[in-house]
Structures are given as structure tokens and as C-alpha cells.
Design a protein around this ligand. Sequence first.
Ligand code: BG6
Length: 477
Amino acid sequence: METKNYFPKNFLWGGAIAANQAEGAFNEDGKGITLSDVTRGGLSKGVSDDKIIEGRYYPYHQAIDFYHKYKEDTKLFGEMGFKIFRTSIAWARIFPKGDESEPNEAGLKYYDNLFDELIKNGMEPMVTISHYETPLYLIDEYGGWENRKLIKFFSKYCEIILKRYKNKVKYWMTFNEINNLHTIPYAAGAIKIKSEATKLQQIYSASHNMFVANAHAVKLCKEIIPDAIMGCMLSLSVVYPATCNPDDVFEAYELRRRSLFYSDVMIRGEYPAYVKRIWDEHNINININIHEGDLELIKKYTSEYLAFSYYRSSLHKAGSPILGNTGGIIGQDNPYLVKTQWGWPIDAKGLRYVCNELYDRYQKPLFIVENGYGGTDEISGDGKIHDNARIDYLNKHIVQINEALHDGCNILGYTWWGPIDIVSAGTGEMRKRYGFIYVDKDNEGKGTLKRIKKDSFEWYKKVIGSNGEVALSIDEK
Ligand code: BG6
């Protein structure tokens, strides 16, 4: 039976990166130091120094030098036919320390140039306001998002960038993968966990401050750019129960709700009933953090769409430790799924499941802003990169997005994670490649930085050109 194409004509196909993983130029044009600038070996299990240590290799310092090569790269994205391109603004380019009263003009100018270039090449710029790159000063001096003062600093930063780019950027989101506060709190919330005993108190305090900041961002966006939309962003790779044992089923459900708690607050505009029990059972005193007017603000200014990343699914067994990395929760093996070279189970149907789960829950537009295949690509004897596994992964996920659209989900677009090879957030490596474009650079930082199109480049171009049709024609649900 032929598969019908449910992709709307205005579906936003594209790609996504983050400033810290691509730009490099870590100390150029007045930029301040961020938490990723002092991290070695990745944000999931790497080491973060208190300051930059002379002679040490920090992978994010040069990354792929997108800061200087954005024109060349943007042209390639345009050639693939991207309709949208998601990147983050590095907060420390605009406010080097984070608490200044005046922004850094050179930083603002850089993003002006980048957005102009994207628009020139046929793309809508899409901006993540904070993607694992909080200015280090805000951590050292204020303790990161546990401190309410960050709400003011963040709001100021939002106001400046919303005003500056109001004619260029219509798609915004606040915090990358905010729910990863539970698994990678330093990256997601710029907080250092003091002890196991204080962990949840710290996480929920930071969460509350970020919810208030999120509401401020929505408010500012409505006032400054009425025709733009401000979303929230979560990591929503799915968690299944390991067996049909009701204990596994309920614990997996609770674990899922630990993530959906974030969208429940930011999209529905209020703290859900179930969180009170979590706070009670862990002696968490969130009241100290909730100031007069906070709850009203959160209620009034809810996120206008839900952006999320989806990489894989995992299985949870009741009572087993809950560990996670950038891809989501690390659980038991699923015998029905094969894994990527990096051990991430490939579950395209899980993406359809998540889209339905989220649309059933919120009835708000969804945006798949990250989905991708990390592999160790090699240049073949013919000088080309035959990344068939990536094409296959992409194909299968597009087929399932079409199914989700048919199911009635309102999905605005799809931005592939890492359309060009960048530094991995989780491991800090270049060897974990996601791109349709290869970048000649290795884990030690050696290489010419030359860009080479992989086989997937032409394939994604055809997918976009046919509005998904090419992927559906080799559908094998
Ligand atoms: C997401 C992050 O969690 O996963 C990205 O938003 C990250 O920053 C992506 O790069 C893939 O993870 P990794 O660890 O393979 O780079």
C-alpha cells in the first residue's frame, strides 16, 4: 500500500546546533568564559575545571570554528534546502560575565551577521536562548540558577536579544533540555550539586527560578515581537517499563513524569498536584523560593509550543539506579532494538509514540528540534563518506513523523541534530559525528577543518525537496 504524505507544505525542515559545540572563538570579540569553556571530556561525564588551566585541551575552545566559517556552512545548509536553522546565542558573547548593565556590541553584531546569512540562504533562524553555556561568572559569583538573581540577568539578556533581532528571528526557545537538570545539572542549570542529600532541593530550587525566567521570556517576546513564538525545550527520549510487572510500569511512569513535570509547569502554567508528594517525601522546601507574584506570572505566560529532542528509547526496571546522559535515561537493554555505535538504541516508532503522548497531553504545537545519529564516519578510498546508517536512521524517523502527523499531531518542523559535525556535548569528542557535512578534525583537535559532504547530504536534500516523499517511498514501518 502506498504511504500517503501528511507533511504540510509549510513544514519546517532543517538542522540544529548549539553555539558552544560549534562556534569556537571562545575568547574573541569580548566573549566571556562559559561553563562549557572549562569542561573537558564532555558535559555528561567529563571534568569541569574551575578556570581554564594553561596547556590543557578544551574541545569547545575551537570546536569547528563556525564563528569564522558560518558563511561557508550556511551556504551548504541552504544548498540542502533547509527552511529553518536552530542555533543558540552564547549568552557570554552578549553579556560576558552575565550581570553587566550594557551588552557587548561585537557579540550582538556577530549574530546579526549570522542571521542575515541564514535568511539570505532561505532559512528562518531559530534561537535557543541558553544551551549549556551559562557564563562561568554567574556560577562562581552567584551559584548558578539556584540564585534568584539570575532571573533578572536572564530577563535583561532576553530583552536585549529580542529587541535586537525582532525583525530576523520568529522562533525562540528558552532553556535547552531543562529537564536534564536531574541528570546533568551543571550543564542544564549551572548548578554544582553539593551532596546527595541536597541534590533534589537544589534541582527544584533552580527549576523554579528557571520557570519564572521562562515566563518573563514569554512575556517579553509577546511585548517585543508579537508575531514570534517562544517555546520551552525538553529532552524527551522515551522511557518504557522493562517488563509488564506493575512495579516497573509505575516506576517508569513516575520517571517519565519527572521530565514532563517541566512542560506541565511551563505549558499548563501551574505546578502539578503530583509534585507535592515528591517534595514532601524528600523534605524539599520549595516555598522558600516562591515569591509573591511568581505563580501568577507562570500561569499567565505559558510557553507557546513544545520543542523537544528525541534520540532513543530506554527501559526502566523498578528499583534500578536512574542514570542519564545527553540522549536521555540509560536503562536496561531492549531486545527488540539495535543500537548505534555509541550504544543508543534506535527506536523510530518511539518518536511517533512521544509525539502522540505530548500532543494528547497538551494540544500545543510540537517542534522536533533534535534527532540524530552519532557515528564514527570514515573517509573511504574514493574520498567520500558513505554514511548509510545515518540515512537509514533518518529515513525511519521521517516515516514515523509522517505517521504522527496522520495521527493528528500538530508538528511544526524537524531540525536534525548536528547537520554538520560538531563537538559532542556528552563526550566532548569530534569522533561522535552527526553531520551531513564532515569536518576534518579529530579528538585531539588536529585537522584542517575542511568540510566534506557525506552521502546523507544529497539524501536529506532530496527529502526536503520532495517534502518527505523520498523517505516515504522507501517506507518499511
Ligand atoms: C542533546 C543536546 O542532549 O543531545 C545536544 O541538546 C547534544 O547539545 C545532543 O549534542 C547529542 O548528544 P551528544 O552527547 O551525542 O553530543
